[in-house]
Design a protein around this ligand. Structure first.
Ligand code: GLN
Length: 286
C-alpha cells in the first residue's frame, strides 16, 4: 500500500492522471515532466532529487497538495500558474494569473535589443512589461542601462516589482499607465514591447493554454494589430535619434508590422523568426 505513496509511486500516479486528460492537450503531451515539476514544487526539492530518492515517503499534507495540483493541471491550468514561477532568459520569474506567462520566443526581443545596442549605457523602455520579463532580462545583462518598464495593469506591475526585488534589479523603474502615457516628454535609445496581438475572435484564445491567461495581455479586441499600430505611431516622439523600436507580433503579422514601420518613417526595418520558424518580431530604426 505505502509503495504507492513513495515519490516513485506518486510520480507514476501523476503521469497516469495527466495522460488521461483529453487527448492532444498539453498536459497529456508533457505528463512525465509536469508530474515531476509539480511534485518537486510541492516537496520544495530540486527535480533531480526525485530520481535519486524514489523511496521517500512525503507527508500526507504534501501528498494532498500534489494531488490537488495534478487535478488542476489535468484540467488544463498552465504549469507556471500552479508552481508560481517560470524561467525566462537566465531569470526565474514569479508569475500569477495577473500576468501572461513569459514565452521562450520572447527571448528573441531580448537578443535583438542586446545586439542592436552595444553601448554600455543607454535609456530603454519596455512597454506592457507584465511580470517584467523583458525589462529585467535587459537590466540583468546591461547594468549600465537605465531601464523603464510600464504596464496599464497595476496587478501586473506589482508582480514585476516583486521580481525586480527578488532578482536584485530594483533599479528598473516601474511606471503605471497605458503605452506611452507614462513616458510623456521622454526619449529612449530602445523601445521594446510584447503587446497583445491575438484577435478577439481567434479560436486560440479558447484553447486550454491561453484560456487561463489574462485576456487583456493577449488580445487588443477585434483588431489584432491595434496595439502594435499605437506603438509604431507613438514611437518617433519617444525615440532618440537612431533609436530602435522592437516589437513582438503574431506569426502572420510580420508584413503588416513592417509596412506600419516603413509608413512611420523607420529605416532598417527587418523581421526575425523564432525557433519554430515563424516571423515573431520586427525592428526598425528612427
Ligand atoms: N505569444 C502569445 C501566444 O501564445 C501571445 C502573446 C501576446 O499576445 N503578446 O499566442
Amino acid at each position: 500500500m505505502t509503495a504507492n505513496l513513495t515519490v516513485a509511486g506518486l510520480l507514476a500516479e501523476g503521469v497516469r492522471e495527466l495522460r488521461a486528460s483529453p487527448a492532444g492537450t498539453e498536459p497529456a503531451a508533457t505528463a512525465d515532466l509536469d508530474a515531476q515539476l509539480l511534485l518537486a514544487h510541492v516537496l520544495a526539492v530540486p527535480r533531480v532529487s526525485l530520481k535519486s530518492h524514489p523511496e521517500t515517503l512525503p507527508d500526507p499534507s504534501r501528498i494532498q497538495h500534489y494531488r490537488r495540483l495534478l487535478a488542476r493541471r489535468a484540467a488544463g491550468e498552465p504549469l507556471a500558474y500552479l508552481t508560481g514561477s517560470r524561467d525566462f532568459w537566465s531569470l526565474r520569474l514569479k508569475v500569477t494569473p495577473a500576468v501572461l506567462i513569459p514565452r521562450p520566443e520572447t527571448e528573441l526581443l531580448v537578443e535583438r535589443a542586446l545586439a542592436l545596442r552595444a553601448a554600455a549605457d543607454g535609456r530603454v523602455a519596455d512597454l506592457g512589461t507584465g511580470c517584467g520579463a523583458v525589462a529585467l532580462a535587459l537590466a540583468s545583462e546591461r547594468p549600465g542601462w537605465h531601464v523603464v518598464a510600464t504596464d496599464a495593469c497595476a496587478d501586473a506591475l506589482a508582480i514585476a516589482r516583486a521580481n525586480a526585488g527578488a532578482l536584485g534589479l530594483s533599479r528598473v523603474e516601474l511606471r503605471h499607465g497605458d503605452w506611452y502615457q507614462p513616458l510623456l516628454g521622454e526619449r529612449f535609445d530602445l523601445l521594446v514591447s510584447n503587446p497583445p496581438y491575438v484577435a478577439q475572435d481567434d479560436p486560440a484564445l479558447a484553447t486550454a493554454s491561453l484560456r487561463h491567461e489574462p485576456p487583456r495581455a493577449l488580445t487588443p479586441g477585434a483588431d489584432a494589430l491595434s496595439c502594435l499600430r499605437t506603438l509604431v505611431r507613438g514611437a518617433p516622439r519617444h525615440l532618440a535619434p537612431e533609436g530602435w523600436l522592437l516589437l513582438e507580433h503574431g506569426a502572420t503579422q510580420g508584413a503588416e508590422v513592417r509596412r506600419e514601420l516603413v509608413d512611420a518613417g523607420f529605416r532598417h526595418v527587418r523581421s526575425h523568426r523564432d525557433l519554430a520558424g515563424h516571423e515573431r518580431m520586427t525592428e526598425g530604426q528612427r
